[in-house]
Design a binder for this molecule. Structure first.
Ligand code: F6R
Length: 250
């Protein structure tokens, strides 16, 4: 028997990858109606959420006992702000499935005491019994959530300073202007993410090819936070062909 995690699967295109992951999540949800999901925002999961919404309409998937925890939120933004990740999630998923509002968990970007807010989130995840499946994307610099590369990582949910490339990557939510993207965010830490029972990381496009290769085959390094996924026993990395072009599968 061979054992390998991260386990990598490559699909011809992002749409096929999204429909396979959506089918896996739907099966998990049918098996365990009280599923606890960790969720990302960004361009990558848009197709996945669209597939889930489609599957829900077609098959009557029941989300009423699901609990969700989003990975991150910008500091200083209310959940009603059009650039907030909460608004993104409402638009792409929450408005289309029947998760009760009280089961949707978000870091509050406007919390006065952000340290306390991060601790509250850790406790809420624990109180929910932990995350069953954490879905994640990856930044071109190897970040997951807003665990940015640097000399050190914080293990638990924390306040993070965003790198310039990350602010540029989020500019579309702020009228295309990176200067309007908040400079800080609250984010689950790598240990919080690694505590999920399973992790599914999605990546599309050639801009992710380099960081995917380093995340899968490179050394563990805080210069590429996603490399720490190698420590987890149940990680699935789901790619389109373009994101797999630098991958050496041995
Ligand atoms: C967002 C998040 C980020 C994104 C990453 C990739 O909630 O956790 O780590 O997953 O920045 O973003 P896209 O998918 O836009 O390339």
């Amino acid at each position: 028997m061979t054992f390998r995690s991260p386990h990598v699967t490559v699909f011809p295109d992002a749409r096929t990858a999204a429909s396979v992951v959506a089918a896996r999540l739907a099966a998990a949800l049918r098996e365990r109606p009280a599923l606890v999901l960790g969720l990302p925002t960004g361009r990558t999961p848009v197709a996945l959420y669209a597939e889930l919404v489609k599957l829900t309409a077609a098959t009557g998937l029941d989300w009423s006992s699901v609990t969700t925890f989003n990975l991150d939120e910008f500091v200083g933004l209310e959940g009603t702000h059009p650039g907030s990740y909460r608004q993104f999630m409402d638009a792409h998923l929450f408005r289309h499935v029947d998760i009760p509002d009280g089961r949707i968990n978000f870091l509050q970007g406007t919390a006065v005491d952000t340290e306390q807010e991060c601790q509250r989130y850790e406790h809420a995840i624990m109180a929910a019994g932990g995350i069953d499946i954490q879905i994640a994307g990856i930044g071109t610099n190897g970040h997951i959530g807003f665990n940015e590369p640097g000399p050190a990582l914080q293990s638990r949910t924390h306040r993070a300073i965003l790198r310039e490339e990350t602010r540029r990557g989020n500019a579309a939510l702020f009228g295309g202007d990176p200067a309007q993207v908040p400079a800080e965010a609250l984010s689950m830490g790598m240990a919080t993410i690694l505590q999920a029972r399973a992790v599914i990381l999605l990546a599309h496009g050639s801009s992710k090819a380099g960081c995917i290769e380093r995340a899968v085959n490179g050394p563990l390094t805080t210069d590429l936070p996603a490399s720490f996924l190698q420590l987890h026993h149940d990680v699935d990395i789901v790619l389109d062909a373009a994101a797999a072009t630098e991958l050496k599968i041995g």
